[in-house]
Design a protein around this ligand. Structure first.
Ligand code: GAR
Length: 204
């Protein structure tokens, strides 16, 4: 059983798509152990409760980097989501993990990002794509390394950019694809069907 810790900061629609996939058994061999939010107001907390998944709120209260992530580590240990049996899924988690934390959970942390990386990393990816004028954007699931949105890419889904798109309309179409992509990526990891060689993740 692959044990998930899902980290959120806000709305939690990707969280919902993961929990729904587990509930409807599209995702098997996977257990959501805990949802951790760094924001007490995050909408995703109510979603986790609705699915009867344990929730923890870890507010930064001035702590940064490793001093904050140490607390995160204790929570993961409390729920026994360990590098040996677990996967940390960042789902709209708006904090950068410290290198020390990433090292502990090497290749056991995945993130979803609303662009086709390496284009448009960081904040407001959809707005960046519109301002650049690309005709295709999309979403990416990648392993988390010590950089920002720069780890090995696991899956990507392109989405066409329409001439009349606003940040809102483009974000909405990308989000619909995110909801399909995240459960697929977790399934591949749970089934041990991913082999990573350097920057390349291959299906086996
Ligand atoms: C999603 O669009 C996700 O890709 C994005 O935040 C949104 C969270 O929505 N993440 C990032 O931009 C990370 N750099 P959700 O809370 O409804 O899942």
């Amino acid at each position: 059983m692959l044990r998930l810790a899902i980290l959120i900061s806000g709305r939690g629609s990707n969280l919902r798509s993961i929990l729904q996939a587990i509930k409807t058994r599209r995702l098997v061999g996977v257990e959501a152990r805990v949802v951790i939010s760094n924001n007490a107001q995050a909408g995703g907390i109510a979603i986790a409760k609705k699915f009867n998944v344990a929730t923890e709120i870890l507010t930064p209260s001035g702590l940064g980097g490793w001093s904050f992530d140490k607390k995160l580590l204790s929570l993961l240990e409390k729920y026994t989501v360990l590098p040996s049996n677990g996967l940390i899924c960042l789902a709209g988690y708006m904090r950068i993990l410290s290198p020390k934390f990433v090292e502990r959970y090497k290749m056991r942390i995945v993130n979803i990002h609303p662009s086709l990386l390496p284009s448009f990393p960081g904040l407001h990816a959809q707005k960046q794509a519109l301002e650049y004028g690309v005709k295709v954007s999309g979403c990416t699931i990648h392993f988390v390394n010590e950089g920002v949105d720069s780890g090995t890419i696991l899956l990507q889904q392109p989405v066409r950019v329409m001439d009349r798109d606003s940040e809102e309309t483009l974000s909405k179409r990308i989000l619909a694809q995110e909801h399909k992509l995240y459960p697929r990526a977790i399934k591949l990891i749970a089934e041990k069907r991913i082999e990573v060689k350097g920057r390349k993740a291959m299906l086996i």
